[in-house]
Design a protein around this ligand. Structure first.
Ligand SMILES: Nc1nc2c(ncn2[C@@H]2O[C@H](COP(=O)(O)OP(=O)(O)OP(=O)(O)O)[C@@H](O)[C@H]2O)c(=O)[nH]1
Ligand SMILES: [Mg+2]
Ligand SMILES: [Zn+2]
Length: 356
């Protein structure tokens, strides 16, 4: 199947970047990445590409430089039929989650996404705190978050549940739908207008792949019954970009268990505009919002305008972001040390080899 780059979700800024490419390379969009091999959609159809030498070097220095689903990439076709992925274009938006354990660098889940659909099944009852965490991650990415409550066919009070979720999602639309019956799907489909790229995020078993199938009108992706004990079974194991027949691009992702937040805290502020505005009007700039006099956050808790649950959630995520920031500082410090050691070594070597 060959498609136009516009159908793959090409926007103006990316089109500009591609115009300056030399003639001997081909642009494409990364659909999926398996160890060292990327499936890239191009106007000539899908191809599989390995990393070029230059890209390997870039990745060695910065793992985030590696291609990920949604990236626009530059390919080179060799006369011996090899295809190499030469470079990745700068990302317009990126969904980055902090690596759970391991390094303090984030993992890019998907790139150049316009809308992040946080998919949540209405059964079992939505976990509001988890949704808030997803929202913080989504706001941080630069894409527009939307909460999609699915499986509406299984509950009688979908709208009531949606109202509760909307309270925890200021600034984000909350949609209700069913992949089973097709109820509410039109509003979800509208997210794809103008060949937008929509990434589906959510827990395993939430109904993400079912939603993609419903939007596509064909069973593109595997879907499985949830285990009796309610534990997700992780049916989807890979992130994958799919071009829908009626236009628009979706990125299906495997259920996320750990969603670590990045350090900047900007996403958190965007997900909690209510608390952020209050915190800015406390008497003291460094207010801890616990016992300080003139604390606007505590005052709002007391008069009931800020729910305790929401405050709790904010405090926890805030702590996590602060921890990530410290960890990232530590990493930068250790990198600076390494760089210094490298430079010093190089200097010594140069010095030794200098002609006397
Ligand atoms: N009744 C009902 N069941 C649904 C709906 N959407 C999904 N399901 C069921 O929910 C289960 C999980 O759906 P999936 O689409 O595989 O969920 P997923 O989010 O892709 O899960 P992972 O790939 O593991 O992340 C399957 O048994 C689906 O049939 C819906 O709208 N209504
Ligand atoms: Mg799935
Ligand atoms: Zn305060």
């Amino acid at each position: 199947m060959s498609v136009t780059l516009q159908a793959l979700g090409l926007d103006e800024s990316m089109a500009d970047a591609l115009r300056s490419l030399p003639d001997d390379v081909v642009p494409g969009r990364v659909s999926r990445v398996d160890k060292g091999l990327a499936t890239v959609l191009t106007e000539r159809g899908p191809v599989r590409a390995t990393w070029s030498g230059g890209l390997l070097t870039a990745v060695a220095n910065d793992p985030q430089a590696g291609p990920c689903t949604g990236d626009w990439a530059v390919l080179r076709f060799w006369s011996d039929d090899r295809i190499t992925l030469e470079s990745v274009l700068p990302r317009r938006t990126a969904i980055v989650r902090a690596e759970v354990g391991g390094s303090s660098r984030g993992q890019v889940l998907a790139a150049n996404v316009d809308v992040i659909a946080i998919v949540v099944g209405l059964v079992p009852e939505p976990n509001i705190v988890r949704i808030e965490r997803f929202l913080a991650l989504a706001w941080e990415s630069g894409a527009r978050p939307v909460v999609v409550l699915t499986k509406s066919d299984l509950v009688s009070d979908a709208d009531g549940l949606a109202e509760d979720v909307a309270m925890a999602a200021p600034g984000a639309d909350v949609l209700v739908c069913s992949a089973q019956t097709g109820d509410g799907l039109e509003a979800v489909r509208a997210l794809l207008d103008g060949n937008a790229t929509v990434a589906l995020l959510g827990s395993s078993g939430a109904g993400k792949s079912s939603l993609v199938n419903a939007l596509a009108g064909v069973e593109l992706l595997d879907v499985q019954e949830i285990r009796e004990d309610g534990k997700g079974r992780h049916t989807s194991v890979r992130r994958e970009l799919i071009v829908l027949p009626e236009g628009g691009v979706v990125i299906d992702t495997p259920g996320l268990r750990g969603i670590g937040l990045q350090e900047s805290g900007e996403g958190l502020a965007a997900a909690f505009p209510d608390v952020t505005v209050l915190a800015a009007s406390c008497r003291f700039k460094d207010c801890g919002h616990v016992t300080e006099p003139g604390c606007a956050v505590q005052a709002a808790l007391e008069d009931g305008s800020l729910p305790y649950r929401r405050y709790d959630s904010w405090v926890k995520l805030q702590r996590e972001a602060a921890y990530m920031a410290r960890r990232s500082d530590a990493r930068l410090r250790s990198e600076a040390r390494k760089e210094w050691a490298r430079d010093t070594k190089a200097y010594r070597r140069d010095f030794k080899s200098r002609p006397k």
